[in-house]
Write a protein that binds this ligand. Structure first.
Ligand code: GCO
Length: 475
């Protein structure tokens, strides 16, 4: 149902200028010059369909596994649902105006599979595709490069009813869906991503039961979901390549260095197992056509001859999501007898994630030294803090600015050291519906008042805009 408050431009230009001018923490002209980024460096943000669009029952969209999961009592911390989210489905024009104000040159969003194919396969919902068609046109008109990601966790419920990521047939379903979207948008979209963070949806959705589809199937659940995502990705990348040889193809992985909580043998071995599961199945699969030896026996049940050839693909770029290193501990009885342990780092975000930009540098140099130095786009990096407007209505999020600044210093150093990082997309443009945390975590450059859907750019927005404009970090 379309909410009463819907208005495409919830932020007037006058209010926007007042808010951002007042919120600028360091006036750019006073800032000392820090490292510069290459002239063609891409700047922008990432979002995902389920987290911002709302309109889950509009224009023929089918239900997704997250709509179902959120309806279960206790599944979402604040009891909320993605039903309205940021109402981006109606406010997209105003949201693109914000991106333009910030000076974005690229924007990664996701396409909701259940909007395009309500049953996951078969009949195409033209109205669903129309939405992304309009979005792409408006982005291009604003000078912003559209970078759609085909899957950000919102599987059509109809496919879950057929086994979802546990069913090997999903590889073909996903490739068919990719071809449908490419046929409609491929005349204007060049940059494509297939999956978002397969290890997170496999582990949290199929073993921990904390993400949709809410399964607790242990090793089998995780390995099946991981392998079938690898396979689906391989087939979809080939379908996209066949659709247009000029497409620039990528996938998005959450690569986090895994650090044992102690030097003890049990913790160290647990960290190696976790690294294999979280990072290597996806990374080594696509980049090397190999799976970690340590999981080889367990994977045998799922991997068929020739699968590895399908999974390996020469990506044009790798999308890298980085938030923090993972502190891992031996925890008997947990998945692979490993679990999240306490981090030695006292500085954490509202998610409880340690702030440690060095981990990003570690991942980037490893990609350069051990994985053939692929072209990388940072597709997510950011932090949740307990933002609140002050008495004057401003949101001064100095901690988020510090987080971005620290991580971008590392990116600049990595570029100088030969890593092929081509751009940075912050997570995220807007505060949004943060999965099992609901609306209780805010990651945006722009504050969203969910009751009124009013958008207020935070201080970090003004800071980011100044950075994009100057192309250099203030020291
Ligand atoms: C992820 C997803 C995003 C999250 C963000 C903050 O990395 O988990 O890609 O959808 O919202 O990372 O948790």
């Amino acid at each position: 149902m379309r909410p009463m408050t819907s208005h495409p431009h919830s932020l007037s230009r006058r209010r926007f200028l007042a808010a951002t001018a007042a919120a600028t923490v360091v006036p750019p002209r006073l800032a000392k010059a820090g490292p510069a980024f290459p002239k063609d460096f891409l700047w922008g943000a990432s979002t995902s369909a389920l987290q911002i669009e709302g309109a889950v029952q509009e224009d023929g969209r089918g239900p997704s596994i997250w709509d179902t999961f959120a309806s279960h009592l206790g599944a979402i911390a604040d009891g909320s649902s993605p039903r309205q989210a940021c109402d981006h489905y109606h406010r997209w024009a105003g949201d693109i105006a914000l991106m333009r104000q910030a000076g974005f040159s690229a924007y990664r969003f996701s396409i909701a599979w259940p909007r395009v194919l309500p049953e996951g396969v078969g009949a195409v919902n033209a109205k669903g595709l129309d939405f992304y068609d309009r979005l792409v046109d408006a982005l291009l008109a604003a000078g912003i490069r559209p970078m759609p990601c085909l899957y950000h966790w919102d599987l059509p419920q109809a496919l879950q009813d057929r086994g979802g990521w546990m069913n090997r047939d999903i590889a073909g379903w996903f490739a068919d869906y990719a071809a449908v979207v490419a046929a409609r948008l491929g005349d204007r979209v060049e940059d494509w991503f297939t999956l978002n963070e397969p290890s997170v949806s496999a582990i949290f959705g199929h073993a921990y039961g904390e993400h949709a589809p809410g399964l607790s199937r242990g090793r089998d659940g995780v390995l099946a979901a991981l392998h079938h995502q690898n396979l689906a990705q391989g087939q979809a990348l080939r379908a996209l390549r066949a659709a247009d040889g000029r497409f620039r193809l990528g996938t998005v992985l959450s690569l986090q260095p895994v650090v044992p909580v102690s030097g003890g043998e049990a913790d160290r071995a647990a960290a190696i197992r976790w690294d294999a599961l979280w990072n290597r199945v996806s990374l080594d699969g696509v980049m090397r056509g190999r799976l970690p030896d340590i999981l080889a026996d367990d994977l045998k049940a799922w991997v068929k001859p020739d699968d590895l050839e399908t999974i390996r693909f020469p990506l044009d770029r790798l999308g890298l999501n980085y938030y923090s290193p993972l502190a891992i501990q031996y925890q008997p009885g947990r998945l692979y007898d490993a679990g999240f342990g306490p981090s030695a780092n006292p500085q954490v975000t509202a998610m409880g994630w340690p702030v440690d930009p060095r981990g990003l540098g570690q991942v980037l140099s490893e990609l350069r030294d051990l994985y053939g130095n692929p072209e990388v786009l940072i597709t997510e990096n950011g932090a949740a803090y307990d933002d609140r407007p002050d008495a004057a209505g401003r949101v001064v999020d100095a901690d988020r600015i510090a987080y971005f600044h620290g991580h971008l210093q590392v990116v600049a150093a990595a570029v100088a050291a030969g890593c092929k990082v081509k751009g940075y997309l912050a997570w995220s443009l807007l505060d949004n519906w943060e999965w099992q945390c609901g609306f209780a975590r805010r990651f945006g450059l722009v504050y969203v008042d969910y009751a009124s859907q009013r958008r207020t750019p935070k201080a970090s927005f003004a800071w980011y805009r100044a950075l994009i404009e100057s192309g250099r970090l203030a020291s």
